[in-house]
Design a binder for this molecule. Sequence first.
Ligand SMILES: [Zn+2]
Length: 373
Amino acid sequence: METRISMSHISSEKLADLIVSKLIYSVENIEGCRFDKETNEIVVDHSSSDQRAEIEIVARQLMFREQSYRAFSTKILKSNLTEVPVPNLHEDLSNVYSPNHNVKRGIALQLYDSLNELLQKVASKHTVDKRKYSSLIATKDLKRCGYIRSFPQNLFMVSEFPHQLESLDQVKEVEKIDSIARQSQFTLSTATCMHFYAELADSEIVTPLVITADSNCFRHEAPWRLSNYRLNEFAMKEIVVIGEPTFVEAKRHELIEEVWELFCEMGLSGKIETASDLFYYSDDTGKSQHQVVKSLKYELIAVIRSGTESFSIASFNNTRSSLVNSFGITDPSNPNLHSGCIAFGLDRWVYAILSSFGSVPSSWPYKLRELLL
Ligand SMILES: [Zn+2]
């Protein structure tokens, strides 16, 4: 069944999209949530009629909280959507992906390895040092930079059983485990670059400094949204840049040009546009608007399946002084220190290619085969 919530009193489609994106994380056990432009309504799919009242109340609360929202238009930096036809592939890719999105096989794996190598080559031209980080990050590090305060909806906290004879003896009784588990000091990593800031915390460094880092990252997604590109666990490669403001911004734009050229060479369809992070609390909405107005975040959006699906496969972020300041990172010879990162979602690149050109490499465009096989 569906519950429809009228948005006719709301002037901006962007505000409706914002409310949808927060509603997704604000009511559990729903099965879908979208904005219907034709009727100007938010449509929530759910299985039980008991949920209707909760959905309506939460949607109204979210609308009330976002009263001061002002819409700013998205700036499109690059687009090949008018020149390159969006592929209309009907292959369901069940030969390479399992229905629960937990398994990749065959060409999806091969493509993952060669894309990793190709993007590493792009990164290595700019960086001197590499890192491979663990999947766990100390919760105190995420608290320190305000991540938990800003994005609680994304987090998987890690729990553990106490190393005590009595507790471990009780674990044998499986139904008791929830009451025995306690929160550990770790959270599953949400963004690769956070590890680098934590590594440099409270130290003096020499800039400019540019490194490449890899790690798996995790997001607590609403179960109904999981797909071959929206995963709870995914591989992220980041180039992290620390230096003078002009250096960070120049490096970001240099990488935008290079990555866009590579994306077009592969024959993929899409665009690069300004974007913002989903700060959960409404008193932080100004921060996401600031990101858009000041073009602090660009996303590379892959458009697939005749334009019916689109998703970000890379982001180009200028975080200014916010992260170096929160982690106490300084350079005595450069008091005005900024930082930024370029992040690649490797699993999303793989899916963008397979959903555009299929799982049979011999039918891929020549240039793509040359780059990746
Ligand atoms: Zn980052």
